[in-house]
Ligand binder design. Structure first.
Ligand SMILES: Nc1ncnc2[nH]cnc12
Ligand SMILES: [Zn+2]
Length: 336
């Protein structure tokens, strides 16, 4: 049974909806870019850097994540990073990606938005042309920074709106509720772009309510802690909200104690539109298939659950209705 599910997971076309491009920066590439840009690292070797990838919570990870991305300085760096991710997920039969980038983290180091976007967008276009991977690019605001900083970033982004497909909110969740950014996302809404925010990863169910009621999000990233509130689950089910769940991330950041305790199957059984994603694959032990392998191995996942997960990802994507329909038919063909 397990091997049949694995085979199906390998074969089915996949959409990844929760991926921080800076979180796909592999240790080997960190060292290559550090050398290219003359950046001094606090680690002597790839192995020493990898040894630092042990986290007790989100903040411990974020400290390493922001330090790692300090090597990203030029257009080529952003291009190489994004291209490496696309090539890697192509092997996992990922055909559509919706990826975040954290512009404020790079602006702080003096890297203009134009450089960040030229590299990331250039690689996404190359991936579309040569690997057949469609994409959406999401500008994500850092919630540990101020509302003012987010508004300034949005101003800087205005000339590039044709390259931005939506807006997100990430970084340190606790103490930085969605309502802190209500005015920022109201501005984003006026631009007619979809919104997705991290909520209920470490933060309480109240943050998920705020994301829904005050930010009027189109998707929730993570959402694990929504399960603590039955009324919230009912709301998410009734409105068909997609949750971009990240199993290996949740394990690495101690959101769950073990993969056997992961709520993915519970979510599906409750009718929540859960999807499987890798979040920050270079830091959390794997890309899309690694995540699928983990949940197939460790959870009572059925063929129907797997089919639902594949469908949820395309249905919850920001693809056109015609493209969704095409991909859903391809998924169904694998499971027929
Ligand atoms: N899992 C995560 N949660 C919040 N912010 C992030 N930034 C990158 N990965 C993140
Ligand atoms: Zn994330």
């Amino acid at each position: 049974m397990k091997s049949e599910l694995l085979e199906l997971a390998e074969k089915m076309p996949k959409a990844e909806l929760h991926l921080h491009i800076e979180g796909s920066l592999e240790p080997e590439l960190v060292f290559k870019l550090a050398k290219r840009n003359n950046v001094r690292l606090n680690y002597a070797s790839v192995d020493e850097l990898k040894a630092a990838y042990s986290f007790n919570n989100l903040q411990e990870f974020l400290d390493v994540y922001y330090a790692g991305m300090s090597v990203l300085l030029t257009e080529d760096d952003f291009y190489d990073l994004t291209w490496a991710y696309l090539k890697r997920v192509h092997e996992d039969r990922v055909v559509h990606v919706e990826i975040f980038f954290d512009p404020q983290a790079h602006l702080e180091r003096g890297v203009p938005l134009s450089i960040q976007l030229a590299g990331i967008h250039g690689a996404l276009e190359a991936g579309k042309a040569t690997l057949g991977i469609s994409y959406r690019l999401i500008l994500s605001f850092l919630r540990h920074l101020s509302e003012e900083s987010a508004l300034e970033t949005l101003q800087l982004a205005r000339p590039y709106l044709n390259q931005l497909d939506g807006f997100g909110l990430d970084s340190s969740e606790k103490g930085h509720p969605p309502e802190k950014f209500a005015r920022v996302f109201a501005e984003c809404k006026k631009l007619g772009k979809p919104i997705t925010v991290h909520a209920g990863e470490e933060g309480p169910p109240e943050y998920v309510w705020q994301a829904l009621d005050q930010l009027e999000v189109d998707r929730i990233d993570h959402g694990n802690r929504a399960l603590e509130d039955d009324a919230l689950v009912q709301r998410l089910v009734a409105t068909g909200q997609t949750l971009t769940v990240c199993p290996l991330s949740n394990l690495k950041l101690c959101v769950v104690d073990s993969m056997q305790d992961h709520p993915l199957v519970t979510m599906l059984e409750k009718g929540l539109k859960a999807t499987v994603n890798s979040d920050d694959p270079a830091y959390f032990g794997g890309y899309m298939m690694d995540n699928y392998r983990a949940v197939i191995d460790q959870l009572p996942l059925t063929r129907e659950h797997l089919h639902q997960l594949a469908r949820n990802a395309f249905a919850g994507s920001w693809l056109s209705e015609a493209d969704k329909k095409k991909h859903l038919a391809e998924v169904d063909a694998v499971f027929s």
